[in-house]
Design a protein around this ligand. Structure first.
Ligand code: ADP
Length: 688
C-alpha cells in the first residue's frame, strides 16, 4: 500500500479506532447493554413465520420507520437507574455533564451561541441534550419564535415548516431507504456496475417480480443442481424484523391475501456470516450525509454490533424459523431469555464495533481492509441514493423559495460474511438515538436505565455532527475565503477557534471529531459511478413546473429535442410511444400513484434504452456515459447560445473536441468532459 494512499488513510483510521479501544478490552462475552427506540405508530402487520414474542416497549436499535406524523414528543423523564452499577455510572456521567451547563460560548466575545430547536427531537432528545451541553450551545426545547440555527427532527423533514437554518433530515430520505426503493436504486447500479455493487444481496420485488424470481432461481438451479439457496422475505414497510421469514423454495412465499397489499423484497439469504462465539451479529454504522450537492459523506469511527442469542447453523428446513439464530434485531433477541445486557463496550449482546475489530485484529484479521471495504460500501450506497434525493429536494425546496439546508445521520446495517466481505442489509433514515434501554425488574415490570454502549457511540455521533454543521464555523470559513491572507486551521477534524483567539477555542474541552470524511476525500475513486446522478440533473432540468417530481410528455419531448436524440430511426412519434410505455408500467408499480408522469427511475430506463440504441457495441455503463456526454454537450451549447443571444453577441464556443462520443470512456473522467456542461448540474438548483 502506498504511503499517503487513500487505502492507507482508511487503514490508519481503522487502526486508530481499534487502538483506542485496545487497552480496555476484555474480549469475553458475559454481559451486554442495549438501547431502544420509540415504537412507531404503524399498521397492523401480519405476524412473522417466526414465533416473534409479544413486544412490550422494547424496540430495535435503529429502524425508526415512522408513520408520517406523530404527536409531538415531550422531553423524556430522566432515567431511573435500576442496577447499582449503572446507577453509579449514570452519576458519573451526570457530574461531567453538569460542567458548563447553561454557559454560552466561552471566549466567544461578541459571538452569540449556536441555537438549536429540539422540540421535535423525540427519541433522540436525551442524546441531543447531552451533546448540546457538551458543546455549550443554546437549546430551545419548546421551539422559538425567532429562527434557530439548527432544527433537530426525530422523524422527518416535514415535521414543521422551516424557512431557514439547517435541519437534520432530507426530504424524501425515508421513502428512499425503504426496502423496495433501496433495492431498485441499487439494482440500477448493479446493472451498470455489477462488480462494484456486489455488496447487496440479489433481490426481487414482490408481488410484481414473483414470476421473474421463480424463473431466475429455476434457471440457476438447472445450471447448478448443487445450489441449495435460502431466501429471506422482508415486508417493504417492516422494521425490527417484523413479518420477516426464511424460505428454501420460491413457492413457499406467502402470496395469500396480504402480499398484494403489503409489498415485500425477497432476497438471497447470506448463509455464511462471520460468527463470534458461534453467534451471528450485524453492524450498525452511523453515516452523516452532510450535503447532497456537493456530495459530502462522513462515517462514524465506531458503531454498534448486535448479536443473535442462539448459536448459528446454516439454514435447513428444521431451523428456518429460529428467529434468535437468524435475525440479529435487538427488539427480537431481547426476548430470547439469553440476551446479555452489558456493562462494558466489548461484552454482551450489544457491543461497540471497535471492540469487534479489536478482537478480530488480535486473531490476525486485516481490519484495515475490513474498514476500507465498509467505507467503499457506504460511499457506493450513498451514490445510488443521491439521484432521487435530488429530485425530492428540488421538489420540496424549489429554488428561489426560502428553505433550510439539510443534513442527515443514516444508520447502515451491515453483515460481515465469513470471508470478511461486508454486505449491506439495509439503510435506516431514522436510526435510533436512544441511550437507555428497558430493564425487566420483575416479570412484566420494566424500567428505563442508561445504556453505556449506546451513550458512548450515539452522543459522539450527534455532538460531532453538530460540530461539523456548526453555522459559525461555516461563516468563519466564508470570511477566510474572502480574506485569504488571514491564517486559518481549515481542517474540519481540528478543533476550530471561531473567534480567531487561540486561547478561546470553544471546542478545546472536546475529544477529536469521531466522524471521518470519506467523500469528497475519495471522490477520485468513486466519481465514475455517478452516472445516474448526471441523469438526474438532466431529468430535473426538464421537469419544468416547480414542486413536481415527474416528467410530463412535453418535458420528455423537449429533452429529446434539445439533446438532439431524435433521428430518422427515432421519430418523435416513437419517442411518444416510448414515453407512454415506460411511464405506464412504472406508474402501475408505484406505491404512490397521486402524480402522473414519468418518475426518475422510468426516465433512467428510457435513457438506458436510448443509450443502447445509439451506442450498440459498448458495455452498458459506457453506452450510458456516452449518451450523457452527448446530452450535456448539446445542452451546454444551447445554454451558451441563449446566453449570447441575451447579450446580443455571436457564440464564442469552439466546436466540440470530439465528435464520436463512443470513443470516450466514462470511467476516465466522471465529470462532464465538455465545456460548459458542468454548469448544468447546478443550473436549476443549488442543493444544500
Ligand atoms: P428490519 O428492517 O425488519 O430489521 P432487515 O433487513 O434489517 O429488516 O433484516 C432483519 C435482520 O435479518 C437483519 O438484522 C439480519 O440479521 C437478517 N437479515 C436480513 N437480510 C439478510 C440477508 N440477506 N442475509 C442474512 N441475514 C439477513
Amino acid at each position: 500500500m502506498q504511503r499517503g494512499s487513500p487505502e492507507r488513510e482508511l487503514a490508519v483510521a481503522a487502526a486508530a479506532a481499534a487502538a483506542e479501544e485496545e487497552e480496555e478490552q476484555q474480549l469475553s462475552v458475559d454481559a451486554g447493554a442495549a438501547g431502544e427506540p420509540e415504537r412507531p405508530a404503524r399498521e397492523e402487520q401480519p405476524k412473522a413465520a417466526f414465533p416473534v414474542p409479544a413486544r412490550p416497549r422494547a424496540a430495535e436499535e435503529g429502524d425508526v420507520h415512522v408513520a408520517r406524523r406523530l404527536p409531538p414528543a415531550l422531553p423524556l423523564a430522566p432515567p431511573r437507574p435500576a442496577a447499582r452499577a449503572l446507577c453509579q455510572l449514570a452519576k458519573g456521567r451526570g457530574r461531567s455533564r453538569s460542567r458548563g451547563r447553561g454557559r454560552y460560548r466561552r471566549g466567544s466575545g461578541s459571538l452569540r451561541p449556536v441555537t438549536v430547536d429540539s422540540s421535535k427531537a423525540r427519541t433522540s432528545l436525551d442524546a441531543l441534550k447531552i451533546s448540546l451541553r457538551q458543546l455549550r450551545w443554546k437549546e430551545f426545547p419548546f421551539g422559538r419564535r425567532l429562527p434557530c440555527d439548527i432544527y433537530w427532527h426525530g422523524v422527518s423533514f416535514r415535521d414543521s415548516d422551516i424557512l431557514s437554518g439547517q435541519v437534520n433530515k432530507f426530504p424524501g430520505m425515508t421513502e428512499m431507504v425503504r426496502k423496495i426503493t433501496l433495492s431498485r436504486a441499487l439494482r440500477i447500479m448493479q446493472n451498470l456496475f455489477p462488480d462494484e455493487y456486489n455488496f447487496y444481496p440479489r433481490s426481487w420485488i414482490l408481488p410484481e417480480e414473483f414470476q421473474l424470481f421463480v424463473t431466475e432461481v429455476r434457471m440457476v438451479k438447472d445450471g447448478d443442481p448443487t445450489w441449495k439457496p435460502t431466501f429471506i422475505v422482508k415486508p417493504d414497510s417492516g422494521c425490527q424484523g417484523d413479518g420477516i421469514y426464511l424460505i428454501k423454495d420460491p413457492n413457499d412465499i406467502r402470496m395469500t391475501g396480504t402480499l398484494q397489499n403489503r409489498p415485500a423484497v425477497v432476497q438471497e439469504y447470506i448463509c455464511k456470516p462471520l460468527l463470534i462465539d458461534k453467534l451471528k451479529f450485524d453492524i450498525r454504522l452511523y453515516v452523516l450525509l452532510k450535503s447532497l450537492d456537493p456530495l459530502e459523506i462522513y462515517i462514524a469511527k465506531d458503531g454498534l454490533s448486535r448479536f443473535c442469542t442462539e448459536p448459528y447453523h446454516e439454514p435447513n428446513p428444521q431451523n428456518l424459523h429460529h428467529v434468535f439464530m437468524h435475525l440479529t434485531n435487538y427488539s427480537l433477541n431481547i426476548h430470547s431469555g439469553k440476551f446479555v445486557h452489558s456493562d462494558s463496550a466489548s461484552t454482551g449482546s450489544k457491543r461497540t464495533f471497535s471492540s469487534i475489530l479489536c478482537r478480530l485484529s488480535s486473531k490476525g484479521v486485516d481490519i484495515k481492509k475490513v474498514w476500507s471495504d465498509i467505507i467503499s460500501l457506504v460511499i457506493k450506497t450513498v451514490i445510488a441514493l443521491t439521484p432521487e434525493l435530488k429530485v425530492f429536494y428540488q421538489s420540496d425546496i424549489p429554488t428561489g423559495r426560502p428553505g433550510p439546508t439539510c443534513f442527515q445521520i443514516l444508520g447502515f446495517d451491515i453483515l460481515l460474511m465469513k470471508n470478511l466481505k461486508p454486505m449491506l442489509l439495509e439503510v435506516n433514515a431514522n436510526p435510533s438515538m436512544r441511550i437507555e434501554h428497558e430493564y425487566e425488574l420483575s416479570p412484566g415490570v420494566f424500567e428505563n436505565i442508561p445504556s453505556l454502549v449506546d451513550e458512548e457511540v450515539k452522543v459522539a455521533v450527534i455532538r460531532d455532527t453538530l460540530r461539523l454543521m456548526n453555522p459559525l464555523k461555516k461563516k468563519k470559513k466564508e470570511m477566510q475565503s474572502q480574506h485569504p491572507g488571514k491564517p486559518f486551521a481549515g481542517k474540519e477534524d481540528r478543533d476550530c477557534d471561531l473567534t480567531g483567539d487561540p486561547d478561546s477555542n470553544p471546542e478545546a474541552h472536546l475529544p477529536s471529531i469521531c466522524l471521518k470524511q470519506v467523500f469528497p476525500k475519495y471522490a477520485k475513486q468513486f466519481n465514475y459511478l455517478r452516472l445516474v446522478d448526471r441523469m438526474a440533473n438532466l431529468f430535473i432540468r426538464f421537469l419544468g413546473i416547480k414542486g413536481t417530481m415527474k416528467l410530463g410528455p412535453t418535458g420528455f419531448r423537449t429533452f429529446i429535442r434539445n439533446c438532439k436524440l431524435s433521428s430518422s430511426s427515432l421519430s418523435m412519434a416513437a419517442v411518444d410511444i416510448l414515453y407512454i410505455d415506460i411511464t405506464r408500467r412504472w406508474n402501475s408499480m408505484a406505491l404512490d400513484q397521486r402524480d402522473s408522469g414519468m418518475c426518475l427511475q422510468a426516465f433512467v430506463e428510457a435513457f438506458f434504452f436510448l443509450a443502447q440504441r445509439k451506442f450498440k457495441l459498448l458495455p452498458l455503463h459506457e453506452q450510458v456515459a456516452s449518451l450523457i456526454d452527448l446530452c450535456e454537450y448539446h445542452l451546454s451549447l444551447l445554454d451558451e447560445k441563449r446566453l449570447v443571444c441575451g447579450r446580443g453577441r455571436r457564440p464564442q464556443s469552439s466546436p466540440p473536441q470530439e465528435t464520436n462520443p463512443t470513443t470516450q470512456s466514462a470511467a476516465d473522467s466522471p465529470a462532464p468532459r465538455i465545456i460548459g456542461a458542468n454548469k448544468l448540474s447546478h443550473s436549476r438548483h443549488a442543493l444544500s
